[in-house]
Design a protein around this ligand. Sequence first.
Ligand SMILES: Nc1ncnc2c1ncn2[C@@H]1O[C@H](COP(=O)(O)OP(=O)(O)OP(=O)(O)O)[C@@H](O)[C@H]1O
Ligand SMILES: N[C@@H](CCO)C(=O)O
Length: 330
Amino acid sequence: MAVYTQLGPEQVSTFLAQYDAGELIALKGIAEGVENSNYFVETTKSRFILTLYESRVDPADLPFFYALLKHLHEAGCKVPRFIPDRNGEWLQNLAGRPACLIEFLQGVSVTQPTPAQAKATGVALGQMHSALADFDQKRPNSLGLLSWRPLAEQCTARGLEDINEGLAKRVEAECDFLEERWPKNLPQRAIHADLFPDNVLMLGDRVTGLIDFYFACTDALGYDLAVTHSAWCFTNDGTRFQSDLSANLLRGYDSVHGFDAPTRDALPLFFRGACLRFLLTRCYDWINTPANALVTRKDPLAFLRRLDFYSDDANISELMGQLGNGIEAG
Ligand SMILES: Nc1ncnc2c1ncn2[C@@H]1O[C@H](COP(=O)(O)OP(=O)(O)OP(=O)(O)O)[C@@H](O)[C@H]1O
Ligand SMILES: N[C@@H](CCO)C(=O)O
């Protein structure tokens, strides 16, 4: 459930009066998501998403997200636009929160992706990466390599051990391993950094929208591919790798963007880094969200199982076989 800030129709009608957006005819809180409050808004003219940014999104980052989505939209990628009001303002204040009216995109997010849907997502990710080659705004990755050890410390060894016996030592060893080897000189650009199935809207096998760019940041493209791979190519609980989804996701990506040799070589580390990122943020949330809170906590161990998979050389050999010898296209 993600409606932290309650809004009434009168408030939303007054808000909408600033826009050339028609009259309110339906208002509904959206249960999905955990970060922000989202409302579905229907007017006499169109449909919109009304987002109120809660504590985890820094309002200072909103101009970066606005510019990123504008750039991607103009490049033909399927992303929602922020709607400007009659004065050209796209950022407002509503119920004491920064708030934006956002274009509604059709589609649903799949929970059991098919190979064709994984391929379409690989294509959409590759198109997005190509489109961002000439986007020059920067936002550091606050959940990148250097954040993982401090995040583990905030969880405390005791907190990690309570989640799973041996987890504190495992996380420490993984931080050591990745910090020693993490590639420093790969080209970076803006990446999505959280392209889970719930952030891809689809109609059948077609991608109709990439959403939720609020972790977007400047980092290596291969890391974004690894995040997407780890999110899409396993059963939700991480117990089973889905080789057909993997082959299709990678093929889709390769068909429009591809990977240069250094990125390809770095992927095994990026896979492990992506798992550690989601393992740790999920542990942090697990420890800091009461079990009876309105938000459903996500299982950290689903990413420990993925980390185990990517740490096994035999599995990495199979994956590298699926990668082929991709050629960078953009
Ligand atoms: N532009 C859009 N068009 C259509 N539906 C949308 C749009 N943006 C968001 N939604 C709907 O709202 C839900 C929550 O949005 P979003 O994932 O951005 O929320 P969040 O709180 O930031 O979530 P998360 O926990 O994934 O970070 C989505 O699952 C989707 O159903
Ligand atoms: N997609 C993330 C939540 C947002 O970072 C997860 O599933 O853990």
